[in-house]
Design a protein around this ligand. Structure first.
Ligand code: FA5
Length: 347
């Protein structure tokens, strides 16, 4: 069999050397075009097959030589690509020893912390959380709560009206009325946190927009003792393990009897200090047994069902909990106040 290798070897060696010497990818492309493309110098050698006696051997020798050139060429291409990648990585390298950007962390307004704490305490006692509209009908804010139109009890809350019959709710008790309407005479155990609005002049303890958490329990055999035990447990979890609760007789049209609820001062434990203005007690909420008229209007038989309700002012609890002296601070977006508060919590 005839040996055709030396027909290709000289040019093949030359091309391999050119590849080895090439410095850029462009050099490689030039070599490919000049020697290995269809009309390239090396490819044209295949034309000599016409003169070859053993055409098969000629073809094999040509292919071998071409494959070897391509191997060298592919290696070189890989080398260039690796170098390119390395250069790119170097360019994009991150120096992990450099100090990071100083991200200023925001923090939660203490009002929201307290709102969540109140919710958690009642959820742990088996309550579910209900919500209702902030803009509501007179029917839910007053009428279903035993406060008919022109009743003097409406003067207890200076209300912001949008239309004759539509208003910004002045207390979260309106949610009670919605929940009772939807419950269809079934037992209820809910709390309803939310914003409330009154035409009150703003001062250290009053804001025209504030928030309450309403509580409502309706079932058979619910009594005032259940209300007291519930609020005492709430005070102990919220303020201090030895907190006590005191009921003072009061009036709300939707509860009978009605009470104002004081907690023993968590600061002086009843001795008298500036937090409790020397009395040993702090007022935090209004409450009472659901009035029979309210039960009846929402489809409950007061002979069978009874219930208690309470309304806690969230900001007032937050003020006591964290020693905040002015309710307006919760709404002034003063970052210094929040930062101060955060320090207090971390201490
Ligand atoms: C009520 O709003 C009754 N709906 C509460 C209630 C519910 C009684 C269920 C019985 C049964 P009162 O107007 O007292 O009651 O308000 C309750 C609490 O809301 C107050 O104790 C106080 O903590 C808070 N509060 C009232 N007005 C303001 C105000 N302008 N700014 C901040 N907090 C207020």
């Amino acid at each position: 069999m005839q040996n055709y290798e030396n027909i290709f070897s000289e040019l093949a060696e030359k091309i391999k050397n050119l590849i080895a010497d090439s410095k850029t990818m462009e050099n490689i492309i030039e070599i490919k075009n000049k020697y290995l493309s269809k009309k390239g110098e090396f490819s044209l050698l295949m034309g000599k097959i016409k003169e070859a006696e053993d055409k098969k051997a000629f073809g094999e020798a040509f292919n071998n030589a071409k494959n070897k050139i391509e191997e060298v060429l592919n290696e070189k291409v890989k080398e260039f690509e690796a170098k390119k990648l390395e250069a790119q990585l170097k360019k994009e390298e991150i120096d992990i020893t450099l100090p990071g950007n100083n991200i200023k962390r925001g923090s939660e307004n203490p009002f929201y912390k307290v709102r969540k704490e109140i919710e958690d305490i009642f959820i742990s006692m088996g309550y579910t959380v209900a919500t209702g509209p902030e803009v509501d009908y007179d029917k839910y804010v007053f009428e279903l709560l035993n406060i008919p139109k022109d009743h003097p009890a409406r003067d207890m809350q200076d209300t912001l009206y949008i239309e004759d019959d539509l208003l910004l709710r002045s207390h979260t008790s309106s949610i009670q009325a919605h929940v009772m309407e939807e419950a269809n005479g079934k037992p209820i155990k809910i709390i309803c946190p939310g914003k409330t609005y009154r035409r009150d002049d703003d001062d250290m303890t009053h804001s025209h927009q504030f928030a309450q958490v309403e509580g409502l329990v309706i079932d058979k055999n619910i009594n005032l003792g259940n209300l007291k035990a519930t609020l005492e447990l709430f005070a102990q979890k919220m303020f201090s393990k030895d907190s006590k609760v005191r009921f003072r007789s009061s009036f709300f049209p939707f509860t009978e009897p009605s009470v104002e609820v004081d907690i023993s001062c968590f600061n002086c434990h009843g001795k008298g200090c500036n937090v409790c203005k020397g009395t040993g007690w702090i007022e935090i909420l209004g409450a009472g047994m659901v009035h029979p008229n309210v039960l009846r209007m929402s489809g409950y038989d007061p002979e069978v069902y009874s219930g208690f309700a309470f309304g806690i002012g969230i900001e007032r609890v937050a003020m006591l909990r964290y020693g905040v002296d002015d309710i307006r601070r919760f709404y002034q977006s003063d970052i210094r106040f929040i930062e101060e508060f955060n320090k207090k919590v971390e201490d």
